[in-house]
Design a protein around this ligand. Structure first.
Ligand SMILES: Nc1ncnc2c1ncn2[C@@H]1O[C@H](COP(=O)(O)OP(=O)(O)OP(=O)(O)O)[C@@H](O)[C@H]1O
Length: 802
């Protein structure tokens, strides 16, 4: 046992203690698979530190030994555990009594479901747990240095201003008034809610905060045992202290505040909590915090216990086959000790003591879980598996070369537990340049609980990754080997009484390995004593011939034994591999179940969010649409009003003066058109006259009928109004009366003949006194016919009419 020692303390993030719970009623002593080894005589402490795990009913499985900081046996009390687990130094580190930064602290329990984690951390009806004991010693240590928390002071504001986690800070009186009913609870005390809380909150309530939350009955008193009034830690007398309590749980890998009441969903009508983020904030860029928590300023231990009670009431628990009140989430209680220089308005700084009650790993078969509880179990097992990986690798962290080897970012639980134990990359870089100093690493205590009569596989798995050191002893395989050797021995004893009789003590080459080599269970074990077992020289016998045959037999047996040992070893290795693979498979299955559940949860959340957003947008769009419709209506009315107005104005103006201008313009336009038409007509007539002249010249006098009688020339209709004034016939009728106008022109030509006669001294053929106008208008066609030959002759003779 001396060889199994824990790794150097400086390399471990946790001190790991093991606590065994008393047997449950009906547990048989024969079922006990775990034994505590008595401490070695020369050990520094007489407290046990080693246990041995004996596989029940399976002689082929290895015997495992584990080493812890200390092992508490079944009869250990709450006080024993409190005093021996170094919790007092944790409180001292948080209080920083000698000035300086102080250190954060973490106290956690880990174990299979029903093994006593909650009992250890939170106590029972009669016994206080480590949380209550820690609060007791903390408040008594601060004593008079606690700052006045009366409502008149601006304590909440000053704390909220210096808080890096965007917390909502309340005084205990404000918070407790909203949680507890005035009447004290008459019946029994219990810190655990019996069933999950969702959907159980009546809507009717007194205060706004309590509308979605059932008011609790205030406990009349808390257990006072064990008494630790003798335990005291000093605090910094030059400082003022205040203590903030906050609580949250990690459920299905999401963080929920236990001190904030759930909100009723608009769509599902269920009461739900909003998950919180674990992130770096503006005031804490290099350190992650759970953002948006409710933090309650508790000025005395009683207030802190009432807040704790209220938070525990909200935590998800359920009855399973393994535990009637089983935690379904990892519960976190944060006791934040804030400190500032006495009588100054300096900002608050401080440290946190985080107490964690982890949910227990469980096998669905044993826990008889189904549905949501089974999915929860899958999630719990998955997070514990990641925690196990982190614990196995924690020893590597001591070496500064591998700061990021611990895979703590795989789930919320390990992130919350480990992320502030390691410097972030940005912090490392900045500290390399001397920009910021790394905070003191947190001190951590892990209490592993185990039931020696419980589930062997689950317990051995937890012990494997939590123990500080582990040793495996591969069991002897007597069935085949002993049979062969036994028969050989029996044969030889007849003739060779002193044939060696001992068997190889097969042990693992990995025995006595320390925590640094935790992968031992996945490595192939080697027979340490394989080579040395059969190296002894057999005794020399007198019967030489018989001796020869015997030595042949012995050689054969040796080879056989060797082979058997090798095969046994191989089988053992394969069995271990199979076990590991089976375990992996089981973990993968539970992971799958939990992922499916998570997806459903997320889908539900997204649906809800979408529905809410859709409703909000719809409402906004509706109101916008209504507003724009109203506006359009108003605009339409205005538009038509304006149109009517314009029309009215136009009508008035037109009535007054517009008609005069329009008439004048019309008149001018008409005159212009008339002139143009006349010019055009004039040109055309000239052309026609020329044509007619040529035609007349080519005709015989007989055929020269008056133009008016000719069919080939268009004549004016009888009703056509004519006038002799050249170019002054009515507009538009000139073209229709072409023949008429030609006739008139011909008459004018005749007049020209007369004039010419006059000029040339020939006697005029026209009656005297008759004017051109009268001829044109009054002369009958017959008269014209009589005159025309001479006229045409003259005209032709003269040949110069124009
Ligand atoms: N050391 C102990 N002494 C007396 N009773 C104990 C002890 N440890 C556990 N028990 C009892 O065992 C039962 C289960 O314990 P507990 O609820 O603490 O288990 P747990 O590990 O927290 O389980 P889970 O992970 O399911 O929440 C409780 O009734 C508790 O009182």
């Amino acid at each position: 046992m001396e060889s199994l020692q824990p790794a150097s303390k400086s390399n471990s993030l946790f001190q790991v203690y093991l606590r065994l719970r008393p047997p449950q009623a009906g547990a048989a002593a024969a079922d006990r698979f775990l034994n505590v080894e008595p401490p070695a005589a020369d050990a520094p402490s007489q407290a046990p530190t080693h246990i041995q795990l004996n596989p029940p009913n399976d002689r082929r499985r290895a015997i495992e030994k584990f080493c812890f900081t200390q092992v508490f046996e079944e009869d250990a009390s709450q006080l024993d555990v409190f005093q021996c687990t170094n919790i007092v130094p944790l409180v001292e580190g948080v209080l920083a009594p000698h000035g300086g930064e102080g250190t954060d602290a973490l106290l956690a329990t880990l174990g299979v479901t029903g093994s006593g984690k909650s009992h250890t951390i939170l106590g029972s009806r009669s016994q206080r747990g480590l949380t209550q004991l820690t609060l007791d010693v903390l408040y008594r240590s601060i004593g008079q240095n606690m700052v006045d928390c009366s409502p008149s002071t601006s304590l909440e504001a000053s704390i909220a201003a210096s808080d890096a986690s965007e917390a909502k800070v309340y005084t205990a009186s404000t918070f407790l008034d909203s949680v507890y009913a005035d009447a004290p609870r008459p019946s029994s005390y219990s810190s655990r809610a019996p069933t999950p809380m969702l959907g159980e909150y009546p809507a009717a309530g007194a205060t706004p905060q309590a509308t979605s939350r059932r008011l609790l009955n205030k406990p009349t008193g808390f257990p006072q045992q064990p008494d630790i009034s003798g335990v005291h830690v000093s605090s910094d007398n030059g400082s003022q202290y205040t203590v903030l309590v906050s609580m949250y749980e990690v459920y299905n890998d999401r963080i929920f505040d236990l001190l904030t009441p759930p909100i009723k969903s608009a769509t599902t009508k269920e009461y739900r909590r909003r998950p919180l983020l674990f992130k770096s904030t503006e005031l804490s860029p290099d350190r992650k915090t759970v953002a948006g928590l409710r933090k309650i300023i508790c000025s005395n231990v009683n207030e802190a216990l009432l807040v704790l009670e209220a938070g525990l009431h909200e935590r998800r628990v359920a009855g399973t086959g393994s535990n009637s009140v089983s935690s379904r989430s990892h519960g976190f209680v944060c006791i934040e000790v804030k400190k500032r220089t006495a009588h100054s308005a300096a900002s608050w700084s401080g440290n946190v003591l985080t107490i964690v009650d982890l949910a227990g790993s469980e096998r669905a078969r044993d826990a008889k879980t189904a549905g949501a509880t089974l999915a929860e179990a899958g999630k719990i097992n998955e997070s514990l598996m990641y925690l196990g990986q982190c614990l196995q690798m924690q020893s590597d962290v001591g070496s500064s070369n591998k700061p990021n080897m611990v895979p703590f970012r795989q789930c919320k639980l390990t992130e919350l537990l480990f992320s502030n134990s390691f410097p972030s990359t940005s912090m490392l870089q900045s500290s390399q340049f001397g920009q910021s100093a790394r905070r003191n690493a947190q001190k951590a205590v892990m209490i592993v609980t185990a039931d020696p009569h419980g589930d062997f596989n689950a317990t051995s798995q937890i012990l494997r990754y939590s123990a500080l050191a582990r040793e495996i002893t591969v069991p002897r395989i007597p069935s085949v080997t002993q049979t062969i050797l036994g028969s050989a021995q029996a044969d030889s004893q007849q003739t060779l009484p002193s044939l060696p009789t001992y068997l190889p003590a097969v042990s693992s080459a990995t025995s006595a390995r320390q925590i640094d080599d935790r992968t031992v269970h996945t490595q192939r074990p080697v027979l340490a004593s394989e080579k040395s077992v059969f190296t002894k020289e057999p005794e020399t016998r007198s019967f030489s011939t018989y001796e020869k045959s015997l030595s042949d037999d012995r050689a054969t047996v040796e080879i056989a034994v060797d082979e058997i040992a090798r095969m046994s070893e191989e089988i053992e290795y394969l069995r271990a591999s199979l076990e590991a693979e089976t375990e992996k498979c089981r973990e993968a299955e539970s992971h799958l179940v939990s992922m499916a559940d998570r997806m459903m949860d997320q889908e539900q959340d997204i649906r809800e969010e979408c529905a809410i957003e859709f409703e909000q947008r719809l409402a906004v769009e509706m109101s916008r649409w209504k507003a724009s419709l109203e506006l359009e209506k108003e605009r339409g009315v205005e538009h038509w009003d304006r149109k009517v107005e314009v029309m009215e104005r136009l009508q008035n103006r037109e009535g007054e003066n517009s008609w005069v201008g329009i008439d004048r313009c019309d008149h001018e336009d008409k005159e212009n058109v008339l002139v143009e038409n006349l010019e055009e007509e004039n040109g055309r007539l000239r052309h026609e006259i020329a044509v007619l002249k040529r035609e007349l010249a080519g005709r015989s006098p007989v055929k020269r009928r008056p133009l008016r009688e000719r069919d080939d020339l268009p004549m004016a209709s009888p009703g056509t109004k004519t006038t002799t004034s050249a170019g002054h016939s009515a507009t538009g009728k000139l073209s229709d009366n072409t023949g008429d106008s030609i006739l008139r022109k011909m008459e004018r030509l005749r007049m020209s003949d007369d004039d010419a006669d006059t000029i040339m001294g020939r006697p005029s053929t026209r009656p005297s006194g008759a004017s051109t106008r009268s001829i044109a208008s009054n002369t009958s066609p017959k008269k014209i016919r009589k005159l025309s030959p001479r006229k045409w002759d003259v005209a032709l003779d003269d040949d110069d009419l124009f």
